[in-house]
Design a binder for this molecule. Sequence first.
Ligand code: PLP
Length: 456
Amino acid sequence: MNGQEEKKRQLIDDGLRSIWFPFTQMREFSPEDVLVIAEGKGTLLRDVDGRDYIDGVSSLWTNVHGHRKEQIDRAVKEQVDRLSHSTLLGLVHEPAIECAKKLLEVVPKGLTRVFYSESGSTAVEIALKMAFQYQKQAAGGNPDKTRFISFTNAYHGDTLGAVSVGGIDLFHAVYHELLFPTVKAESPYCYRCPFGASQPSCQFDCLKQLENLLATHASELAALIIEPLVQGAGGILVQPPGYLRRVRDLCTQYGVLMIADEVAVGFGKTGTMFACQQEGVTPDIMAVGKGLSGGYLPLAATVATEEIYSGFLGRFDEFKTFFHGHTYTGNPLACAAAVASLNIFTEERVVEGLAGKIKRFSQGLQPIAKLGHVGEIRQRGFMVGIELVADKKTKELYPPGARIGHRVILEARKRGLIIRPLGDVIVLMPPLCITNEEIDRLCEITLDSIRAVVGD
Ligand code: PLP
């Protein structure tokens, strides 16, 4: 072992001894599984050995402009020289104001107020509390409306409120007794339709069920929460066109607030700035995170309509205040990064440039779809899920212990690509700045890696 090798080994040993890694079975996590990342630039990540990898999942679906984007680097450095922390408790600072103004310019029309937090989970918690409290105290609310309707296969984060409205048993079932009960609707997982339907004869039984649930529970429902267009962590489950619009209309019809969780899909990932905009939808409350700061610093926001905001106004002794806030709420460094990131969207016309790349991506995926163990490829813009199955005809799953998805991503790593699976769904979600050549390479490596594990 040379000096560099020894240093790396030591780093990994120290890391495994001291860090409890997220979403990781530590007993099966070996030094060979760990890659120590040292640098990033654009679409590439470099490990401590100097090997480059395409970042096929934008770090954690966050680095929309790639790594070390010059304007964001500069904005954060300049902000460090001015102010790194303050609070929004009675004080304010320019980056928080600028960021809120710019964010309001790009969110769906009708959303007018920004409440900051630090992660997608907290943005969701805030959305749930806002909806609940609005119903309790606002002129337009109804105090009997205390419950939420959410979806199977939903993921809204790991804090307890977010887990309560989640719908992925693997992550959520163990906490059952800790959670508040919700009304659950089936999500449109069309490849494995819970109603046994298929295209083109599908009659949207999922929407009929949703309408029935809304009609039955309307008097007790504060809000519905949905991941618009794509359920991300549930397996990149893409909703059929028109579905989201219909959900919005049903919420309005039954007097149930609509919370859109755009944490995963926001900031260009589905091909428009926000997913809701593809179907002309304005939710009552919207949660954003991940890409907001370009993946630089923890920042999230819950954005509300004026009507929701107004429901919290009153004299102090009416106690309508939203008593919520965190130590890092609206942190200036994070807001400065977000301002720079939002400026890049405008200056570099990022969203306008996506259509061609999305097409190239679809073309690159075609050979993968032909493989014998690829059940389905789901794509919405830059979000792609490749579902691997033991049997393409019967859609039979692989046994979980086979860890097919995990083995595929290890093969990809050997070939210079970093991706992360959701079970046996291989997820691709590259930074929006990826070039056409890199898209081709991303698809080629994914093809070869799947082949290496499950054959042609
Ligand atoms: N909501 C959605 C749709 C997500 O995909 C995620 C994270 O993946 C979250 C919320 C939680 O975000 P965070 O991990 O920043 O808490």
